[in-house]
Design a protein around this ligand. Structure first.
Ligand code: FES
Length: 170
């Protein structure tokens, strides 16, 4: 998978050029809408509203039809994702050991709800059902890293490590 292009950094003309390129590449496939949306999600990391409007126009469909399809599939997202995805396990073992309060602590610390992204685009918060670390519950993942036996009080420390890494990289 190639680099995600930051849609909001492009000017309007560049945005539409890129969107048209995607539409053009898939428009002759059967049921072109799904492949177009998938390619767009990969390219931009989310499905921006102006891009969806353009797709509607180019495919001669109504915008509400497109929005309906997008809303139906959870793989599509209409808001930009954060650099890091946090998943809080709410499977049985983690739930019993306080997964829900971990979720609340993260949500409060970052000021976002489930499915949302922080304003600095650093984190997206999601919930999950068991990633096989039940013996070390409660567990959360940040990207591909599993953090075991998480305590609410450790949340800042865990998350700030990811922020610091970003700062070191820049
Ligand atoms: S229930 Fe959370 S890792 Fe299994």
């Amino acid at each position: 998978m190639g680099e995600v292009i930051d849609f909001e950094q492009l000017d309007e003309h560049q945005q539409m050029e890129k969107v048209d390129e995607i539409i053009e590449a898939e428009k002759n496939t059967d049921g072109a809408l799904m492949p177009i949306l998938q390619r767009m999600q990969h390219t931009f990391g989310f499905l921006p509203e102006p891009a969806l409007k353009r797709v509607a126009k180019q495919l001669n469909k109504s915008y509400s039809e497109i929005v309906g399809v997008v809303g139906f599939y959870s793989l599509f997202s209409t808001t930009p994702r954060g650099k890091h995805t946090i998943q809080v396990c709410l499977g049985t073992a983690c739930y019993v050991r306080g997964g829900k309060s971990i979720l609340e602590a993260i949500s409060e610390y970052l000021g976002i709800g489930v499915g949302e992204t922080t304003e600095d685009r650093m984190f997206t918060l999601e919930v999950a059902r068991c990633f096989g670390a039940c013996g070390l519950a409660p567990a959360i993942t940040v990207d591909d890293n599993v953090h075991h036996r998480v305590k609410s009080t450790n949340i800042p420390e865990i998350l700030e490590r990811y922020r610091e890494e970003e700062e070191e990289d820049t």
